[in-house]
Design a protein around this ligand. Sequence first.
Ligand SMILES: [Fe+2]
Length: 308
Amino acid sequence: MTDTSLNLAASQILNALANNELRPVVRTFFDQATFTASHVVHDPSTKSAAIIDSVLDYYPASGRTSFSSAQNIVSYVKENDLHVEWQLETHAHADHLSAAPWLQEQLGGKLGIGAQIITVQEVFGKIFNADTRFARDGSQFDKLFHDGDQFRIGNLNVTVLHVPGHTPADMAFVIGDAAFIGDTLFMPDYGTARADFPGGNATTLFRSIRRLLSLPGKTRVFLCHDYKAEGRDQFAWETTIEAERAHNIHVHDGITEENFVKMRTNRDATLNLPTLIMPSVQVNIRGGHMPEPDDNGTSYIKIPVNKL
Ligand SMILES: [Fe+2]
């Protein structure tokens, strides 16, 4: 079976590897509170840029937010005179809140996420018993991406791949020779993302990962998270497809789907839910906006008891 979207991404990557002008500059901002890597990607020839997976600081004890992480991104964008065209989310994150709406106010850019966010909104809309003011049609976002969609950031070509499994809506944004793969693979010494959230599926995740691993070996790969594997004392968020194929402890070449699914399912059963899953999900399925306020004007984050 031919995989047209994957072929489009692969030829774009090869083209960019052969022509430096088609390769993006990437600057990463790592949030140690949630182990999240936010990336600012830009075209050096036009200074057009995208911000991928931004973080809004959230203090669960007080319910307060702050913009200090996001402010670092604003400062970098301004210092380098970049024009932000996109705020991209690889998926609706369960471990940190998105700062996309605030960054849009500061810097502009359209907010994009995978079209399957509608499924995620449906699932979590039910879990949190959201009322009818919560639209489950993806309308909180400016653009809903499908597998194989292509667009440009300045002169850089972008191909979008649907890589579900961690959640139904995960997308990889392949920009020039750089793939921003969200929560699919982690660094080779750490492995892969969990697949046990509502809507997650380990078999689907394995197939998405194998698809990513068939991109050209020299593809630069940028991750959404790092947790420092045992024996490593620095956070890391960049690798390559060939390094993942050779060394990824969960999915290196030769590991079968059956073995992966068994390993992933057993490991997921031992993991606690992320500390910020309740606020993160409720905010991120709304495109980074707080839940619709109560009649006193205050937004509340709900906690369903004995449900997750
Ligand atoms: Fe995630």
